[in-house]
Design a protein around this ligand. Structure first.
Ligand SMILES: Cc1cc2nc3c(=O)[nH]c(=O)nc-3n(C[C@H](O)[C@H](O)[C@H](O)COP(=O)(O)OP(=O)(O)OC[C@H]3O[C@@H](n4cnc5c(N)ncnc54)[C@H](O)[C@@H]3O)c2cc1C
Length: 453
């Protein structure tokens, strides 16, 4: 007991030291960028548009959107930032498992992209292109529309994709369709009497806990192939999640896999042959680490009801130009400067979930931190300096906040040996949305439509 207390105190001290270190490195880069910003602001853009050079950012979520903002404020005036993103709105992934269950909040998951986010940079610095990049060449990208856009520097922030969707992604590019898809899932769960959720990672635990909390009279079963839910994290989070599920009345079946094809609207069969009653099946694959080669992404349809998907890094864009840079996991290999690990492409940077940075459990904070480092390195290179900022995974990155029912959550830090676990009471089931909108310069919850600058 005393040893445990000492370990926890040591962990807390490390955590504070780690936080200070991260804060110091962010401050250093920000101050340097501020200096650059002042220089950039006072300069005039070239009068001849053909002299303007492009920095292209592919993907505008936690990595790309934030990288674009730094670029917009710090690049020399003979550059412009071109953001290419197919989604009409920023998809706020964190709340998707919850909004599969609770009604009336789905609009909060779609945050409008807005020029206000770039207000600290010169007015004409950002060009927004609602499209999808279909291939990357050495000096240009090609869009779904067929347009080819040249680049001086490229930032790939394409994250991960799923075959069809929920609870990890909505699987569509438009807000309206996304909201309809969420409402469809809510209706299916509401109409069901026996819900089976496969996957005891964060999305599965959150969805199962919320479903049982919202509908205590329904039977909710969580099936997980490992011997503990949240098995990628420390024992304190595993037992905290398990206790919360049990307290809510979720049946948890461990060490079993579900055969999604067997769902017939009445029963579903487990790997052992056991059959359980089920009129609503949801597959929730692990979210924060994908150790699946790109050629093995799953996209199954179960019983014509609910799509079951596996996530994989969206690295296909570099398959032609830098095939050796794609790791077995499907992520894009990078140097510590976040330049792609291919010496022939020094102007291509990669950040966020798609990058192979050795992080065990990716999250949006890490994606943002990587974006900031990649963007600052692009700025250095644009000012003819050597990219010198580096990203290395730090144990303090491994923080997770897991919701376990509509009014409780657990925050967990783990360094592989000792852990810190905090339980919280939550008052608003969609409480996280307001701050997220505000941090993206959007007024909660006013939809301003698609980006128009
Ligand atoms: C259900 C769920 C819940 C989560 N909860 C949390 C949480 O509570 N806390 C937390 O910190 N993290 C959470 N995460 C993890 C977090 O969402 C990811 O780490 C983060 O989204 C990674 O950001 P990203 O920008 O790298 O990639 P993504 O979020 O995957 O975004 C990639 C972007 O690139 C775009 N894109 C893809 N391909 C192309 C292309 N070819 N051309 C143009 N654009 C393209 C996509 O449209 C998308 O907008 C959660 C993830 C999920 C799925």
């Amino acid at each position: 007991m005393a040893l445990e207390r000492v370990q926890k105190a040591a962990l807390l001290t490390r955590l504070v030291a780690y936080g200070l270190r991260v804060y110091y490195s962010v401050l250093r880069r920000t101050l340097s960028a501020k200096f650059t910003t002042i220089t950039a602001r006072t300069a005039l853009p070239p009068t001849d548009p053909s002299e303007v050079k492009n920095v292209i950012v592919v993907g505008a979520a936690f990595a790309g959107y934030f990288a674009a903002r730094i670029l917009a404020t710090s690049l020399p005036r003979d550059y412009q930032v071109i953001v290419i993103e197919p989604n009409s709105h920023f998809n706020f992934t964190w709340v998707l498992p919850r909004f599969c269950v609770i009604e009336g909040h789905e609009h909060k998951a779609f945050i409008p992209y807005t020029p206000a986010f770039f207000s600290q940079g010169p007015k004409d610095m950002v060009r927004w292109v609602r499209d999808r990049v279909t291939s990357v060449r050495k000096q240009s990208v090609v869009l779904r529309s067929g347009e080819e856009i040249p680049y001086e520097f490229l930032v790939i922030a394409t994250g991960s994709t799923v075959g069809d969707g929920l609870p990890s992604r909505v699987g569509t590019e438009s807000r309206e369709e996304g909201m309809e898809i969420l409402k469809g899932m809510q209706a299916r769960i509401k109409a069901a009497t026996r819900v089976v959720v496969a996957g005891g990672g964060a999305a599965g635990v959150e969805l199962a806990a919320d479903a049982k909390n919202q509908y205590p009279d329904k039977s909710v079963t969580l099936v997980h192939s490992r011997q503990a839910v949240m098995h990628r994290f420390g024992p304190g989070l595993q037992s905290g999640a398990m206790d919360a599920l049990t307290r809510l009345g979720v049946d948890v079946i461990l060490g079993e896999r579900v055969d999604p094809q067997s769902a017939d609207g009445k029963f579903i069969t487990l790997g052992s042959g056991r059959m359980i009653e089920c009129d609503c099946f949801v597959s929730a694959p692990s979210l924060w680490l994908v150790l699946r080669p790109p050629w093995c992404g799953l996209s199954l349809t179960c019983n014509g009801q609910i799509n079951c998907t596996g996530q994989k890094p969206a690295s296909g864009l570099v398959a032609d130009i830098a095939p050796k840079a794609i790791a077995l996991s499907g992520h894009i290999r990078v140097k510590t400067t976040l330049q792609i690990d291919d010496d022939s492409l020094p102007n291509v940077f990669v950040c966020g979930d798609v990058a192979d940075t050795g992080v065990a459990n990716m999250n949006s904070k890490i994606a943002q931190r990587q974006a900031e480092i990649a963007a600052h390195n692009v700025v250095l290179a644009a000012w003819d300096k050597k990219p010198s900022y580096t990203y290395e995974p730090g144990w303090g990155d491994g923080i997770i906040k897991l919701s376990v029912g509509l009014d409780r959550s657990i925050t967990h830090f783990w360094d592989g040996k000792s852990e810190l676990v905090f339980s919280h009471q939550e008052s608003d089931p969609a409480g996280v949305c307001g701050p997220a909108w505000a941090s993206l310069a959007a007024r909660p919850f006013e939809d301003t439509g698609v980006y128009s600058g």
